[in-house]
Design a protein around this ligand. Structure first.
Ligand code: ADP
Length: 230
């Protein structure tokens, strides 16, 4: 309970700060982006197109971070609709397949055709994409010619649906596991540490649960539990 209260305080503060500054940063970034694009032909002419490419990519990255901050600041009551878990997971796999291919990851989906949930599709998709992206990152952290596998499995019982996402990536130790859902906790050079704290909140807003188990050097499993609808 204490952990949850602490997390909520931190998220509320994050929300206020981000809403206040995001707007002020976005506008100049948009101007910079526009002028770099205008300069681009000249830079190409000088053989310096690489500089333009890097500037644009970094501006886009800054915009992505602001976007994530804003997302995490929204009070976001879920806009629920009834969807089949099978179609939801198939679509998520489809969305991640090209990146998986690039990263030498095999995606394995095991999902029953029955099973309906009442969810905010956009939000739950965001959660699943966050977790799958993290799994791919964890797989690419493993040294050598590692064949990554991401198993996505859904199981339906009388009241719940359990969706598990298991990877054979680099895994986490106890210390990392304990801080995983903290806002800003990241071990990545280009991470924001917001993906899982936002995911945690989304799942709690759906009256669901999210749990994780991991073994350093072996892999990680996330399990999301959501109430089913008949
Ligand atoms: P970010 O991806 O920006 O770092 P997240 O909140 O999504 O932010 O994740 C926080 C941290 O949790 C990651 O930096 C990583 O250390 C750890 N993590 C998350 N998922 C996994 C996973 N599947 N395997 C290993 N570590 C993970």
């Amino acid at each position: 309970v204490e952990q949850a209260a602490y997390q909520n305080d931190k998220m509320a503060m994050l929300g206020k700060i981000s809403a206040a500054i995001a707007h002020e940063i976005r506008n100049p970034l948009t101007a910079i982006r526009g002028f770099i694009q205008l300069l681009r032909p000249h830079l190409v002419h000088l053989g310096k197109d690489e500089y333009a490419r890097i500037i644009l990519a970094e501006i886009d990255r800054a915009n992505d971070i602001i976007h994530e901050f804003l997302n995490s600041s929204k009070p976001s009551a879920p806009q629920k609709s009834k969807v089949s878990v099978a179609s939801l997971l198939k679509e998520v796999v489809l969305l991640t397949e090209s990146e998986a291919l690039l990263k030498n990851c095999q995606m394995v989906l095991e999902v029953p055709e029955d099973g309906y949930v009442s969810i905010d599709v956009k939000q739950i998709k965001q959660v699943l994409l966050n977790i799958i992206k993290n799994a791919m990152d964890a797989i690419s952290e493993v040294e050598g010619d590692h064949k990554g596998v991401i198993n996505i499995k859904a199981e339906v019982d009388a009241k719940h649906i359990n969706i598990s996402i298991q990877d054979n990536g680099n895994g986490m130790d106890k210390g990392q596991l304990g801080r995983l859902f903290d806002p800003f906790f990241t071990t990545k050079e280009k991470g924001t540490g917001l993906g899982l704290s936002v995911s945690y909140r989304i799942i709690k807003n759906h009256r669901g649960n999210i749990s994780v188990d991991s073994l350093k050097g072996a892999g990680t499993i996330f399990v999301i539990t959501l109430p089913i609808v008949s």
